[in-house]
Every structure is written in structure tokens, then in C-alpha cells.
Design a protein around this ligand. Structure first.
Ligand code: ADP
Length: 261
């Protein structure tokens, strides 16, 4: 049975200062559907509206027209069905790993024993066992991002937005974390959207890559990604399928870069 869509964007358009001489249309008529366990990457030239789209999907900005819904309900920043993972981990330095992972749950009023159990289960399952009492400063950048991801997962969001979450990490750590986050999102049956400048990251992590045109961003293409069973990050990136996707998407983006030059 095919899963019902978790996240649906229907003909979403965002114009700043709409109807005035200063109108800027960031993007236009963007539609896509995301099901449980799927990751969609959004790539596009700088200024095509990726961050704005991210804010609209998160419910932080209301679109000029069109709609975004999660589980059939229109998104609204206050409702919290959507989790985030950003470039900055935003961990609180004075709290332990465990207390950082339980932070969102505490804010939501979850009883502390339950919050602790939920956080510890994630910490153990996803490679942070033994570090629960450590402070963030004692951790590597990759581990800190892992804690930030656990904090997001602990809230059990339906959908997760990933905004360049690995761009501050060294190359090797980035590849490992990309693979881990992809696996965990599938395992936890979450739907995720990855906004990235890195075409390779988009291909390696996602089920589909949506290519946006220059501003006003429109959907130039949506590529279904099938890389077979390869899980090793190096082997994956050397495969001919990966390189074909890369070339196609690169050409779609490069066309814009040349036009802009
Ligand atoms: P990207 O993340 O792809 O680089 P952005 O979403 O940041 O692009 O911006 C898309 C366009 O919308 C840009 O031209 C930007 O100048 C414009 N823009 C973004 N925010 C605002 C705003 N608050 N008011 C007016 N224009 C804005």
C-alpha cells in the first residue's frame, strides 16, 4: 500500500511587498508531495527563494497564494508538527547532552521521566551512549549535530526540515552524518526536506531532488533518485548513476549561472 502524503505543497507562491512597486516574487507555483520515510532535496541558484520556501513550509511565513499542509492540516508556525535541523546546532552549553535532547520536550510539558526515557532511547540507538552527561563543548562538531538531530527527533515531528545542516562540518564527518541522518529518517518513518547548495549531498541523501530556477524560483525539474543498494558514502559517489544525476542537475543549474554571468 502506498503511504498517504505527509507533506503537500500546492502551487505555493511568495511575493514580498505584493501589490506595491517594491514587489519581489521570491518563487512561484511550487508543488510537491512527500510521503513517510522520504527525503526531498531542494537545490537552486543563490537568491532563487530557498530560504523563503523553507520559512513558508515551516509556517513562519504565510504564502501569497497556494498552501502547505502536513497530514492534511495547513501549516501554522504555532502547531509544531515540523522539526528543524539547521547549520548551527544551537545546543545550550550549560546543559548536558541528555538535557539538550530533552529541552523541546520540557518546553512542551512532557513529564520529566518520560522525556528522559525517550531521549535516552534515541541517544543509545544512534551512537551517543556514554556521552549523555557530557557538555556540548566536549563533543566534536559531528557529535554536536547528532545531538541537535536527536533533540529534533525527540519531539516526534511528522516532517523535518534540514537547512544546510552539514555545511559547517569537515568533509569526512559530513559524509558519515549524511548517511546516518538519511538512514534514521527512513527508519523513523519521517518525511524530510533538505535545502542545500551541495548537489552531491542532495543526490546522496534524497529520494527526489527538486531543482529550482533562478528567481522567481519555479520547479525546473524533479529527479527521482535511485542509487541501488550502495550505502558506503565513497562507493555511492563513484557510481555511474550518482555521476549522471550530478551532471544533469549541474547542467540545469549551470545554465542559470551562465545566463547570469
Ligand atoms: P535563497 O535562499 O535561495 O538564496 P532567499 O529565499 O533568501 O533566496 O531570497 C529570495 C528572494 O527574495 C531574494 O531576491 C531576496 O532578496 C528576496 N527577499 C527575501 N526576503 C525578503 C523580504 N523580507 N523582503 C523583500 N524581499 C525579500
Amino acid at each position: 500500500m502506498v503511504n498517504a502524503p505527509v507533506l503537500e505543497a500546492k502551487q505555493v507562491t511568495m511575493a514580498f511587498n505584493a501589490g506595491t512597486p517594491r514587489e519581489v516574487v521570491a518563487f512561484r507555483d511550487i508543488s510537491f508531495t512527500l510521503r513517510q520515510g522520504e527525503i526531498l532535496a531542494i537545490v537552486g541558484p543563490s537568491g532563487c527563494g530557498k530560504s523563503t520556501l523553507f520559512n513558508v513550509i515551516a509556517g513562519l511565513l504565510r504564502p501569497t497564494s497556494g498552501s502547505v499542509s502536513v497530514d492534511g492540516t495547513l501549516v501554522d508556525g504555532a502547531r509544531g508538527h515540523i522539526g528543524y535541523m539547521l547549520q548551527k546546532d544551537l545546543l545550550l552549553p550549560w546543559r548536558s547532552v541528555l538535557d539538550n535532547v530533552t529541552l523541546g520536550l520540557e518546553v512542551m510539558g512532557t513529564p520529566s521521566a518520560e522525556a528522559r526515557d525517550r531521549a535516552m532511547a534515541l541517544i543509545r540507538r544512534y551512537g551517543l551512549a556514554g556521552f549523555e552527561s557530557a557538555r556540548p563543548r566536549a563533543l566534536s562538531g559531528g557529535m554536536r549535530q547528532r545531538v541537535a538531530f536527536m533533540r529534533t527527533l525527540a519531539l516526534d515531528p511528522k516532517a523535518i526540515l534540514l537547512d544546510e545542516p552539514f555545511s559547517a562540518l569537515d568533509f569526512q564527518t559530513r559524509l558519515i552524518l549524511q548517511g546516518d541522518v538519511k538512514r534514521i529518517i527512513r527508519e523513523q518513518r519521517k518525511a524530510a526536506i533538505l535545502v542545500t547548495h551541495d548537489i552531491g549531498e542532495g543526490i546522496a541523501m534524497s529520494d527526489r531532488v527538486l531543482v529550482l530556477s533562478q528567481r522567481p524560483g519555479t520547479v525546473k525539474a524533479i529527479h527521482d533518485i535511485d542509487l541501488g543498494d550502495a550505502t558506503d558514502p565513497g562507493a555511492l559517489r563513484r557510481s555511474s548513476a550518482f555521476n549522471e544525476y550530478f551532471d544533469t542537475i549541474w547542467r540545469q543549474l549551470d545554465g542559470h549561472a551562465q545566463a547570469a554571468a
